[in-house]
Design a protein around this ligand. Sequence first.
Ligand code: UDP
Length: 242
Amino acid sequence: MNIKKKMIYNRIILKISGEFLQGNNASGIDNKLLNYIIQEINTIFSLGVEIGIVIGGGNLFRGRYFNSNENLKRILGDQIGMLSTIINGLVLHHSLNFLLVKTYLMSAFSIKGICNEYNIFKAINLIKKNIIIFSGGIGNPLFTTDTAACLRGIELGANAILKATKVNGVYSKDPINHLNAKFYDILDYDQVISKKLKIMDNTAFVLARDHNIPIHIFNINKPGSLYRILTGENEGTIIKNS
Ligand code: UDP
């Protein structure tokens, strides 16, 4: 008998980094990974979960590549970084549409003829029937798409932020170099900040903490991991207020 499992969240923000899309390539997008992730997303979308995706751009450009004492260079780098997230957004949008998954692409700033500007009221209406991809970060330099994920999550009243990574969750140390690294099933935001666990930038964490929105860190490379989080199974690390 096929028992339909209940989803623990109705609306989520899924953060996908550029690094994930890159896979083992030196930069750009690995098509196999792209196809894999859209299937994982489609599985939970077809079960009725409302999904906003915040897309990163690190596979193409990061503002800090231009870091120097010259502030403008960094700002310019961040502008290029934000444009990179729109490039990834366009690819993801096209790939999901190809699968006939209803998807809408928004950006923190519009590029006429290519990408519509983010509008919270439109997003709240659209997310009931479409996956929405949020690109362009928050639209300002010196921020990250992790902060954008927390911000959009709060604005849209999402139940949780799901950060897709290549590792199983949060460890006390880098598990590849330290065999005695401890895995955390659960943490609170202040522990993450005080232990200096580098998972997201502090701006993102403080936003999530102050608005009481849980963050799941999980390994998207494990097939079904996204589904297992949504059905309340033990998967990855959850960060929330204690
Ligand atoms: N960025 C920015 N403001 C934002 C979001 C991103 O300036 O609100 C720039 C920044 O330069 C960053 C790049 O866009 O390095 C790519 O974003 P991010 O590093 O968050 O991508 P990810 O690591 O998730 O691939």
